[in-house]
Write a protein that binds this ligand. Structure first.
Ligand code: SF4
Length: 262
């Protein structure tokens, strides 16, 4: 059994508790206008072309994004960092793309890490069959669950899919008392309006979760899209700083929700 993975980042500190190693699965069912990882969306390996100019000379380097890992290979990679997990209370985070798209592999590695006592997190956009969520309900130690827009029509407009199944899967996790961190990527002008924030608060009041994380916007995707030969359709908006999100944080806190800006 193998999975297509496009990156493994070590020493990450925003993908769950402690120092973590984050594994990025390739392939995502959503097509978010603001996607900061455009190399994650295609479920096949793809070419990225980098052009550098030094003086008069132009250098072109090609890279294939996406590499197959067997369960054993991935475990061996992750175990190299075990000492950092133990010292910091960290572990491994499966992200993407959407890790649930490569479900059998995900289940297998989650089971192995559970046996080994290594902390696991699954970072998901929530768009997967209910059956898939039910299969992994009790496997990861935590879920990092993305919530972007509550209004279904707007969700379709900006991500390409309805959020019905996403909200329903989140409720399933909540009813199961899974440990959930809600991740809200705040995209200025797209989902930080009063209506969406109020809708988010109303929905979050109906579920159990640990904490809401507000994710800052950054626009690194433009260069990545150029290298992949993809059209970048997001308008130019500046990166968000932590202080830009203080007011939004207060709105959630006033509603009794525990919030962290990450
Ligand atoms: S869910 Fe995440 S990875 Fe998928 S398209 Fe949206 S931003 Fe990109």
């Amino acid at each position: 059994m193998s999975a297509l993975i496009y990156d493994i980042k070590r020493f990450t500190v925003h993908d769950g508790p402690g120092i973590r190693t984050t594994v990025f699965f390739k392939g995502c069912p959503l097509n978010c206008l603001w996607c900061h990882n455009p190399e994650s969306r295609n479920p096949e390996p793809e070419k990225s072309i980098k052009e550098n100019r030094v003086g008069e000379k132009q250098f072109v380097t090609e890279e294939i994004i996406g590499k197959e890992y067997s369960v054993e290979q991935l475990i061996a990679e992750i175990e190299k960092d075990q000492i950092f997990f133990e010292e910091s209370g960290g572990g491994v985070t499966f992200s993407g793309g959407e890790p649930l798209l490569q479900m059998d592999f995900l289940v297998e590695v989650l089971k192995v890490f559970k046996e080994k006592g290594i902390h696991t997190a699954v970072d998901t956009c929530g768009f997967a069959e209910e059956e898939s969520f039910r299969k992994i309900l009790n496997l990861p130690d935590i879920f990092l669950f993305d919530l972007k827009i509550i209004n279904s029509e707007k969700h379709i407009e900006f991500t390409g899919v309805s959020n019905d199944v996403i909200l329903s899967n989140l409720k399933i996790l909540s009813e199961n008392k899974s440990k959930i961190f809600i991740r809200f990527p705040v995209i200025p002008g797209f989902n930080d309006d009063e209506t969406n924030v109020n809708d988010m608060i109303a929905f979050l009041k109906t579920i159990n979760f640990e904490e809401l994380n507000l994710l800052k916007y950054h626009n690194l995707a433009k260069t990545k899209c150029q290298r992949l030969g993809k059209k970048y359709e997001m308008p130019d908006i500046p990166n968000t700083k932590k202080e830009d999100l203080f007011e939004l944080k207060r709105s959630f806190e006033t509603a009794g929700i525990q919030v962290k800006i990450v």
